[in-house]
Design a protein around this ligand. Structure first.
Ligand code: DUC
Ligand code: ZN
Ligand code: ZN
Length: 479
């Protein structure tokens, strides 16, 4: 199967140049000007378009069983919507129940994901600790291509990892060369504040952000960073949403600690006034954790991306329809947490990031694709436009516009947090494995075409990083 992308401007995280791109059997086979057209080659006209690596969303929850229900978006509909938005790979989360075997849960998620239309990998959550968990982490790394483990510091009495679990698991990640990642919110404080607010009669969505103030994230970020720094293991913080957490990351990085942060478009654009919307359904539609924040946090998040203290963007795509959100009608703490975004992430970031002058187009590629590929060991198979890389590409129209609405999006959910926003800068065509899967508004996603992406760990690199931590920690000897 051959596809020639003709007449576009290739844009990567580090350079841009005019070139045609020849895709053969799912890979990039040649880059150059005026490439010949072998017989049987499909040709796409990329005149006026930017040819960029397809987006990688490192944080999705397709068909997640969560808070008494199951996310409405499954692996097929979610990855298809991603393709319509220029995202060609996801990293989803296997979340075992406490006491459940990690391998058993991994098997279940692998089965559900077989219907994916785009390539996918997994982080595996550590929701409890035992010798069996320790062993199975090793099996996942060595035999199944898992190189990252997630820890929820919130969701007490459900999937929360307390400090003893964090310490044991981070140490095991160091041994294995796997990246520990955290959802940084102090679960004890959230639980306490939820009970207190409910006792005061505050039962609506307006109480959701009050139960999870910025300090709750700042404290957890600081604690996770301290634990990782003490052990000498790198750390990745998912959905960083506050100036408090950005500051903790910045301080650690200034001391040479390998700490990385991810940010969501929703946290960059929306503020906590959404939870005071007079329509309960609209307010509840925005309930996710961490919540949208007072507006002053947004500048810190943008500056985090600009300075390189935050490296990636994701969506935490986790969809619940109105009837599912209604489970929390009388108690905000029971509203299933989650919002969509896989289809809008790239266009919203281009519109608000590049068009506004906050980000260059190279930084856009870095934060939507290449940095994630590097951090999770998919680069240069993904996140690159070079010979030999997977032909996962987005042909970006910087002048195209789109009005975002739940009425027209492809996501399997009846709500959109960016409802009514018009973006300038859209994916005109998306190419996955060398196949045109989104062609100027025509979605040609194929059920089951997505492949599992094994991601090797880096034990040797992690040993070097832990030596660096020990070196930086060493006290000067007093004479
Ligand atoms: N936050 C959400 O909003 N949904 C899924 C899990 C999470 O941490
Ligand atoms: Zn989370
Ligand atoms: Zn999440």
């Amino acid at each position: 199967m051959q596809l020639l992308i003709r007449g576009g401007t290739v844009v990567t995280h580090e350079e841009s140049f005019r070139a045609d791109v020849l895709c053969v059997d799912g890979r990039i086979a040649a880059l150059g000007t005026d490439l010949g057209v072998p017989g049987g080659t499909e040709v796409v006209d990329a005149g006026g378009l930017l040819v960029m690596p397809g987006g990688i969303d490192p944080h999705t929850h397709m068909e997640l069983p969560f808070m008494g229900t199951v996310a409405s978006e499954d692996f097929y509909s979610g990855t298809a919507a991603g393709l319509a938005g220029g995202t060609t790979s996801i990293i989803d989360f296997v979340i075992p129940n406490p006491q459940q075997s990690l391998l058993e849960a991994f098997g279940a998620w692998r089965g559900w994901a077989e219907k994916s239309a785009a390539d996918y990998g997994f982080h595996v959550a550590i929701t409890w600790w035992s010798e069996q968990v320790r062993e199975e982490m090793g099996v996942l790394v060595r035999e199944h291509g898992i190189n990252s483990f997630k820890h929820f510091m919130a969701y007490k009495n459900a999937i929360m990892a307390a400090d003893d679990t964090l310490v044991a698991s981070f140490e095991r990640c160091l041994e294995l060369g796997a990246m520990p990642t955290v959802h940084a919110e102090n679960g004890e404080l959230v639980d306490h504040l939820q009970r207190k607010l409910l006792a005061q009669g505050l039962t609506g969505p307006e109480a959701h952000p009050l139960s999870r103030p910025a300090q709750v994230e700042g404290e957890a970020a600081s604690r996770a960073i301290s634990i990782a720094g003490t052990l000498g293991v790198p750390l990745y913080l998912v959905h960083v949403s506050t100036a408090d957490a950005v500051e903790q990351i910045r301080l650690a990085r200034r001391q040479g600690q390998p700490v990385y942060g991810e940010v969501l478009p929703g946290h960059l654009l929306l503020d906590d006034s959404v939870y005071r919307h007079p329509d309960w359904q609209v307010a509840a539609g925005h309930v996710m954790s961490p919540p949208f924040r007072p507006a002053q946090h947004q500048q810190a998040l943008w500056q985090g991306l600009q300075s390189g203290d935050l490296q990636t963007t994701a969506t935490d795509h986790c969809c619940f329809c109105a009837e599912q959100k209604a489970a929390g009608r009388d108690d905000f703490s029971k509203i299933p947490n989650g919002t969509a975004g896989i289809e809008e992430r790239m266009a919203v970031l281009w519109d608000e990031g590049v068009n506004s002058g906050r980000l260059s187009m190279h930084e856009f590629v870095a934060i939507t694709s290449s940095n994630t590929a590097k951090l999770f060991n998919l680069f240069p198979r993904k996140g690159a436009v070079r010979v030999g890389a997977d032909a996962d590409l987005v042909l970006w129209d910087p002048e195209g516009t789109r009005l975002i609405s739940a009425r027209t999006h492809h996501q399997n959910v009846d709500f959109n947090i960016f409802e009514g926003k018009t973006v300038r800068g859209i994916p005109r065509h998306t190419i996955s494995q060398g196949r045109l899967v989104w062609c100027d508004g025509d979605l040609r996603a194929e059920r089951g075409a997505g492949r599992y992406l094994p991601r090797p760990a880096w034990p040797a690199v992690y040993q070097q990083l832990s030596q660096r931590a020990a070196h930086n920690r060493a006290e000067p000897v007093l004479r």
